[in-house]
Design a protein around this ligand. Sequence first.
Ligand code: TPP
Length: 565
Amino acid sequence: MGEQLTGSQILCQALLEEGVELLFGYPGGAIMPFYHALPEYPGLRHVLVRHEQAAAHAADGYARASGRPGVCVATSGPGATNLVTGIATAHMDSTPLVAITGQVPRAMIGRDAFQETDIIGITQPITKHSRLVEDVEELADAVHEVFAVAREGRPGPVLLDLPKDVQNQKLDVARSGGGKAAPGAGGRREGLVGAPTTTALVEAARLIGRAERPLIMAGHGVILSDAYVELRALAERTGIPVITTLLGISAFPESHPLHLGMPGMHGEVHVNRAIQEADLIIGVGLRFDDRVTGNLAAFARSAKVIHIELDPSEVGKNVPVAVGLVGDARAILRELLEAIEPRHCDGWRGQIASFVRPRADSFKGGLSPEGILTALEEASAGRCTVVSDVGQHQMWVAKLFRYQRPNTHITSGGLGTMGFAVPAAMGVVLARPGEPVWAISGDGGFQMNMQEIATMVQEGIPVKMAIFNNGYLGMVRQWQQFFHGRRYSATPIWSPDYVRLAEAYGIPGWRVERCEQVDGLLRAALAHEGPALVEFLIEQEANVFPMIPPGASLSEPIESEVVTA
Ligand SMILES: Cc1ncc(C[n+]2csc(CCOP(=O)(O)OP(=O)(O)O)c2C)c(N)n1
């Protein structure tokens, strides 16, 4: 007879076999056997968060920054339901995330036991796969299966639900199924497949050769498939300008003469106009979501679309496609590069240059987000990763910071989850030790997960936090100003004294009220070894321009201050 291991020990071993080094979690009754086993496995570092939502976002941030699945752990019932927003965030943005939840013992399932909740049922629509482990014999295989699903093809979240008695069940390890990691454990690219037909590639190359007004739209898939080099080669060989979507930002260097900017609801006027006038759009690793297209019926009516995308269900879902190339973006771009002839687009680029409008964000001379972000870029010497929250500041961070290095902009795009930045930045720091990581939040979103400063202090995670404090839930206030006759219902928001809050947590905090303070205090925050906080009192009613009103087409931007009745 071989060695007897508990389900919890088998789980820890299987996690190590998957290359896991880091878990974010919070204990409780139904997951206690796992926490009992954990100290026996020093290769698994556990970060105790202050709210399970933060565990999911931190694991998400870690996964986005490292390309490896992020792991979060919670107890049954309220612990598990607190993960839900983080799982949904990862699902919308294709992040490989493994959520492990305790469950009540098998004999109690279905009896409304204390802290019982059907987390499999709750998370089914927001995971790629969720699995209740019904016997310890299945456990090791189940772990390897969910990691493989999270990582393979289009990445996404998975959930493993473990009844407490299964965690305690003993098994002779000789019979534990071997616990072999899936091929490619830990890596970003494994499992990405792609084999578009030659006919489709030839047709795509023909369209690229003939187009007069072509554009490349690069999305998150370029980052997920490490296709920076190939994307740049395609742009440079053809002279085709490159648009980067919110999640595609940092897939192409912003100093490059072919970089145009961000499309969509808060995209630049010249970018949206170029889309509306284009005769060919090459979409790479994106899903043409409604914040990018505006009114679909009026989107890029003169353009044929070549759609390069790993997930076949995305091709033709929102936008009719002339050629769909299904597979890994990098592999397809490589094949396409062999099929196309060099060309240039000088005339078209000149035309787009004539569409450019002066920046119209409504900063009236106070502390402007533009000034802050320029100083932040200079103080960090372009080496940092920026994690933004959701709202006006998110759009400024997307548009005003100039990203040069791959995958240095991280944000919740699809779900638009306020409270994401602070915990996600913890995961990014742990994936990129030694690199400055800024969490930039509004005063609303910061207050949603600011309890995580305690986690940073206890675990020594040096996140640099910037709060753009305008005293409002700014983006909602902007909509109220434009579309609800300036009725600021439930958008003025009080904040605590953030400097004293920082002090209470034992970290340095500064308030910046004047432009001349910006640079020095940013540098002070960077020079400090641990977590640090800088609050910027920005203009209260600054707006993000341009803006396509919800439901309108990309040709109908609001370009400057207007107040509707
Ligand atoms: C969890 C969550 N609740 C509500 C919203 C809706 N929402 C989107 S932006 C926004 C305002 C954000 O305010 P703040 O964090 O202060 O940032 P600002 O827009 O002022 O930069 C709100 C409430 C959301 N996106 N996420």
